[in-house]
Structure formats: C-alpha cells, structure tokens
Write a protein that binds this ligand. Structure first.
Ligand SMILES: [Fe+2]
Length: 159
C-alpha cells in the first residue's frame, strides 16, 4: 500500500481491521507516530463497533481536561524520518501526523496470534456488517450513540 499526504495532515487514531503486522517505510518526509496496544482500549475513547477512537481527540496535543482517561493510556511516540522503518505489532492502534509532504509504503502480514486472528475474523465478518446495518437503519442516531458510548464507557472504567 502506498500513501501520499500533505503538510500538517493527520490520520485518525485507528487499528487495521485485520490486526495485521505492519512494516511502515517512510520514503520521503517526516511524521510523528503514536501507537497503543489493544490493552489500552479502555483508556482511549474507542468507538464501539468500529476501529477508531473519538475523532475530536488531538493525540499529538491531547486535552486532558476533556479526555482525562488518556492520562492512564500507555503508548509509544516516535518520529519517523526519511528512510526509516516502523514496525507496528499486530493490532496496534496508530495515529500519524505529517510535518512535511510525505510518501510512504506499508508491508503487511496477517495476524499470527490466534486471539488476534479471531478478532480479525470477527471484525471483518461480524462487526463491520453489523455496523453497516445499524448505520442504514438508524443513520446519524447510531453514530451519535456510538460517540456517546465512547465517552461514557471510558469514563466508567476511569477512576
Ligand atoms: Fe492503518
């Protein structure tokens, strides 16, 4: 997979549906990468039935008053420069912020951990379809409900 992007753009925090192992090659440009493993799900305002967190969190400069549970999340931050490679273990959440126009490439290998493989199969065949059906039936209401759940569930487990 090849990716192109402009200056000061970013991707949403997400993990890949198949929980693949990813080697990410930074061919041109600079970017910041923030990673979380799947154990951090309860701290990062994950949206239910989806692969993303709340879209209004700026992970490169988080507002801890608005998102207090993020204080308990343990992540990894790195800056990728021209010519560097980042290995993302299977299922890792990733967020990327581009400082310069960039060009990068990812090589992927399927999940090897049976638990992750099981989750990948569930995501592809169950979760995605369920989410699509609910979107069709309930539309924006479904999306609003999920966004609300991301906060209430995270704050329930946040002490
Ligand atoms: Fe990804």
């Amino acid at each position: 997979m090849l990716f192109f992007g402009g200056t000061d753009s970013n991707t949403f925090m997400h993990y890949d549906i198949d929980l693949a192992n990813i080697f990410h090659f930074q061919i041109e440009g600079k970017k910041q990468c923030i990673l979380f493993d799947q154990k951090q799900n309860k701290h990062i305002y994950k949206i239910p039935y989806s692969l993303i967190t709340r879209e209004d969190i700026d992970f490169s400069n988080p507002d801890f008053e608005k998102w207090p549970a993020l204080k308990n999340a343990q992540g990894h931050v790195t800056n990728l420069n021209h010519g560097e490679v980042l290995y993302m273990p299977e299922g890792y959440w990733h967020y990327m912020k581009y400082h310069t126009p960039r060009f990068s490439m990812s090589l992927r290998a399927i999940a090897r951990n049976p638990k992750n493989l099981e989750k990948a199969i569930y995501n592809v065949f169950v979760m995605r379809n369920f989410d699509n059906v609910m979107r069709r039936i309930k539309g924006q209401k479904w999306i609003d409900w999920k966004n609300g759940q991301a906060i209430s569930k995270t704050h329930t487990s946040f002490k």
